[in-house]
Design a protein around this ligand. Structure first.
Ligand code: BGC
Length: 506
């Protein structure tokens, strides 16, 4: 049934006849496998780095320390190289997403997605066959290139092929598959941990989402926007008819042409992004991603099995606990899908910040009072901490997780949208890198106080969400400046037109 929808670029409502066709659904799911690759990587490294065979082969000093009876609980896993194993991927992803953004523009979304799967497959081969640490780290760098290319192209691809009124829902597929990838990795780790080559199977399992994406990318269409942008308007029109499932696509086609014409006039989106009037969106996007990482979520995602072992769980119980948090993560993300447009963004962010704060304070207090440098804590308390971690993960999954991606994708005006979104992607990768690289060392030095470090950040982000974050629910993208930013008590000062014009003068 043709739908009454918003303009292609989120502008005021127009009658654009467009159905949610099977082709759009299938293409979106295939592309979202990029999220599955990203998630699998997030989830796999914690389990692998807690496997004895793996530690013995690549990190013998960590292995020794872990099994040294008198060793400090909190410092068992503190090793810069071990952390580099996890974090190198994100550093590679920052650099590659910059290259990917121009690849997307010059050669199209489809080819960028295909390249993502190829880089990823090379990384998987190097990792699964690794004979030494170098092979392992190089493998991670290729995986990072895959993630950088995938994360830059996939959300853009889905947004461009989705009929406008289904765009939000289809986009959340990406985050849903990220969380599914994390869960899949946790389950694989659980079953492979006792096997002498378990770590090879775990790391090699990343080939599954990558192969889906590699073969799938042969079947997906190129987006009409990319075809038109790259000088193939006829093909763009044919593709648009195909994916919309209706003959009359002239209105939408004209809008895409107008949009691409407009964006061609913008010589440098980067220069535009640096202007004073872009600051509210720029600061908001960067802060949301920085805050997302400083909730401490990736401590759980990367190091949950390590953390649970620190609390005295056995290896298997630790991996099983990671599966439990993984299941909560997927199901709680579904809550966001159904509530974000009904209750709004701010309510979810504020409620979840309070929930995460309570869970972190309680976990920190239990660990600070119970877990000393040697010995372990009573089992009951370990289970209470596990339950608190689940409460924390659920809060994150229906708020700062998906909204850290959603809000940056909806607040920029067209002329700075892609450049602005790159800033969000790179902030995510940089701060993920920092957490991955520093956490085990911080745990060693700060002990249970690490929980209070993240609590302090959650208080800051709570204040920010209450006082500075405007509500963007139900506002079309092109009206965002007028209806949201220019009316906000704090951000409106950045839209002082006269000052803006004076500053723009050379
Ligand atoms: C974040 C990741 C995180 C994941 C957990 C994503 O939104 O960007 O860093 O690991 O959520 O589900």
């Amino acid at each position: 049934m043709p739908a009454q929808v918003m303009s292609v670029n989120g502008g005021s409502a127009h009658d654009i006849p467009a159905k949610l066709t099977g082709q759009v659904v299938v293409c979106s799911i295939i592309a979202a496998c990029g999220g599955l690759m990203f998630g699998y990587d997030i989830g796999i490294s914690g389990g692998v780095t807690s496997m004895d065979v793996f530690l013995k082969k690549f990190f013998p000093t960590v292995f020794e320390r872990k099994h040294h009876a008198k060793e400090n609980n909190y410092c068992k896993f503190d090793d810069q190289l071990l952390q580099l194993f996890t974090s190198s991927l994100y550093l590679a992803a920052v650099v590659s997403s910059l290259i990917a953004s121009s690849c997307c523009k010059k050669y199209g979304r489809r080819i960028t997605i295909r390249l993502a799967s190829i880089f990823f497959l090379i990384g998987v081969l190097l990792n699964a066959a690794a004979m030494n640490l170098m092979m392992l780290i190089f493998g991670r760098i290729f995986l990072g290139a895959g993630v950088g290319f995938g994360n830059q192209a996939v959300p853009l691809f889905i947004s461009e092929i989705a009929p406008p009124n289904y765009r939000g829902g289809l986009n959340v597929c990406f985050q849903l598959l990220v969380t599914s990838g994390i869960l899949f990795a946790n389950i694989v780790n659980y079953f492979t941990s006792g096997h002498p080559y378990g770590w090879r199977i775990s790391l090699g399992g990343a080939a599954v989402p990558a192969l889906f994406l590699a073969f799938g990318s042969l079947a997906i269409v190129e987006t009409p926007t990319s075809l038109i942008e790259r000088g193939k308007p006829e093909l763009g029109l044919v593709t648009l008819r195909k994916i919309r499932g209706v003959e009359d696509v002239q209105k939408e086609y004209d809008e895409i042409v107008a949009t691409t014409e407009l964006s061609k006039q913008i010589k440098s989106p980067w220069k535009n992004l640096m202007k004073r009037r872009s600051r509210p969106q720029l600061i908001t996007s960067a802060l949301l991603q920085i805050f997302q990482q400083f909730t401490g979520i990736n401590v759980i995602m990367f190091y949950a099995p390590v953390l649970f072992q620190t609390m005295g769980f056995h290896s298997d119980a630790s991996l099983l606990s990671a599966v439990v948090t993984g299941v909560i993560n997927v199901f709680a993300t579904l809550v966001a899908v159904f509530t974000v447009d009904r209750f709004g963004r701010r309510v979810l962010l504020i409620e979840a910040a309070i929930q995460m704060l309570i869970a972190q304070v309680a976990s920190g207090c239990i660990l600070a009072s119970m877990l000393k440098t040697t010995g372990s804590i009573p089992k009951t308390y370990s289970y209470v901490v596990l339950a608190l971690i689940c409460v924390f993960v659920a809060g994150f999954a229906w708020s700062w997780g998906p909204l850290g991606w959603l809000i940056p994708s909806e607040i920029f005006p067209l002329e700075t949208r892609t450049a602005g979104f790159f800033v969000a992607v790179s902030m995510n990768m940089i701060f993920t890198f920092l957490i991955a690289q520093a956490f085990l060392t911080m745990l060693c030095h700060m002990r249970a106080a690490i929980f209070f470090f993240f609590c302090a950040w959650i208080v800051i982000m709570l204040i920010y969400a209450i006082a500075f974050l405007p509500e963007t629910k139900g506002v079309s993208i092109d009206e965002m400046n007028d209806k949201v930013w220019k009316k906000h008590w704090f951000w409106k000062r950045y839209f002082d037109d006269e000052r803006e014009q004076a500053r723009d003068k050379p």
